[in-house]
Design a protein around this ligand. Structure first.
Ligand code: NAD
Ligand code: USQ
Length: 382
């Protein structure tokens, strides 16, 4: 399959590109490299040392003899998207190329506007490219579980059957997103759904939970293939942050009570889910939605689990309940359905103490790269 990985220099995109290339697919990456500039803006860097995209791809070629084509460009620029689609003629596009941090989108007006323009316009350009250049191309779009919010009923996979005044319909599940970032994903979902209906595009919207871990079989092969992993208060995410905090002697930063419950998955399962979606494409005109996570945890549960493993390793790992910088429920009902990917064959890697230990050990190895002052949260919702 000719598969285009948009955002292929990022945390999820790089391991996905390697995984498809390893399996013999023809892979191209399109990425503006803007993620690396956000590190500079925020005064942070990946915990792990990462090579330039050029060096990564050259190392992959040297180690495996496999070629990954690279396009450097911004999806909000139509001329870039048009050229990539005309030249590469993708049969599937995995679209990761968005600004993905909720706190970044809440810094101020400029960051909110940037996030929504970057994400919504980029996706619109991709939709037009599919319509005008490769109408058979399957769009595999990364959405987020945070599109749904935390309603007091079960969360279904994309759609819900509703009875109203004696009539019944299957409708998109109500959305109550957590931030301007999460809102951008809702806007994308609506645009994609409309294009499937209007133009017969085939699309899978993967409402992914919080991803943890960093290693996949391929990224571990060689230092030059290492994946990025974020620990700072803006791009770092819950479980990875707690492991890195434990390793460097920082308190584990639980926001508020810590009863916030979310879906989580191992990065190896991100890659597995994408492969399953690609190998079982949506039909023309179908807007398919899968909830992509394997287990749900509250933030406090995760902090306590990391604390237990860290203490077995002789680390202190104290838990601090910080004033919550976000506006979100800290105690709530949460039960999100996630059976569609399992039905396609997903074999989850469930969270293990071994993985937590491995993450803490990786963080201890690279602790000199961690800047203490960027760990605390600084973007607030209010
Ligand atoms: P990331 O920031 O590490 O990678 C995103 C990549 O996209 C970066 O390399 C960046 O340079 C590129 N990019 C951003 N805007 C672009 C544009 N306009 N044109 C070209 N390239 C652009 O993010 P990630 O953690 O790999 O997340 C990938 C996707 O998965 C995102 O859409 C995110 O919303 C979604 N997601 C991530 C998580 C998670 O926990 N990491 C969870 C759920 C959903
Ligand atoms: N949290 C803490 N302490 C921390 C970090 C986070 O208590 O140090 C809490 C947050 O308040 C929130 C929960 O943990 O309640 C999750 O926060 P997060 O930063 O781990 O993840 P989030 O902001 O939701 O965003 C991440 C990715 C995003 C993706 C989303 C999936 O950055 O791209 O869309 O996870 S989901 O959460 O399902 O919407």
């Amino acid at each position: 399959m000719r598969i285009l990985i948009a955002g292929g220099d990022g945390f999820c995109g790089w391991p996905t590109a390697l995984h498809f290339s390893q399996r013999g697919h023809e892979v191209a990456i399109v990425d503006s490299l803007i993620r690396r500039k956000w590190d500079e803006e925020l005064g942070t860097q990946s915990l792990t040392p990462i090579r330039t995209l050029e060096e990564r791809v050259a190392a992959w070629r040297e180690l495996t003899g496999k070629e990954i084509q690279v396009y450097i460009g911004d999806l909000t620029d139509w001329s870039v998207v048009e050229r990539v689609f005309r030249e590469f003629q993708p049969e599937a596009i995995v679209h990761y190329a968005e600004q993905r941090s909720a706190p970044y989108s809440m810094i101020d007006r400029e960051h909110a506007v940037f996030t929504q323009v970057n994400n919504v316009v980029g996706t619109l350009n991709v939709l037009y490219a599919i319509k005008e250049i490769t109408p058979d191309c399957h769009l595999i779009k990364l959405g987020t579980m945070g599109e749904y919010g935390t309603p007091n009923i079960d969360i279904e996979e994309g759609y819900i059957r509703i009875q109203h005044k004696g009539r019944e319909d299957v409708l998109p599940y109500p959305k109550q997103p957590f931030s301007f970032y999460h809102l951008s994903k809702v806007h994308d979902s609506h645009n994609i759904m409309f294009c499937c209906k209007a133009w017969g595009i085939r699309a899978t919207d993967l409402n992914q939970g919080v991803v943890y871990g960093l290693w996949t079989d391929e990224t571990r092969l060689d230092e030059r293939l290492y994946n990025r992993v974020d620990y700072d208060g803006v791009f770092g995410t819950a479980l990875n942050r707690f492991c890195i905090q434990a390793a460097v002697g920082h308190e584990l930063t639980v926001y508020g009570k810590g009863g916030q419950t979310r879906g989580f998955l191992d990065i190896r399962d991100t890659v597995q889910c994408i492969e399953l979606a690609a190998m079982h494409p949506a039909d023309h005109g179908e807007f398919r939605v899968f909830n992509q996570f394997t287990e749900q945890f509250s933030v406090l549960e995760l902090a306590e689990r990391v604390q237990r493993v860290a203490q077995q390793m002789g680390l202190r790992a104290e838990i601090a309940h910080l004033p919550n910088p976000r506006v979100e429920k800290e105690e709530h009902y949460y039960n999100a359905i996630h059976t569609k990917l399992v039905d396609l064959g997903l074999k989850p890697h469930l969270l293990s103490d071994e993985l937590i230990r491995d993450l803490i050990q990786t963080a201890m190895k690279y602790r000199d790269r961690v800047r203490f002052e960027v760990i605390k949260p600084n973007a607030t919702w209010r």
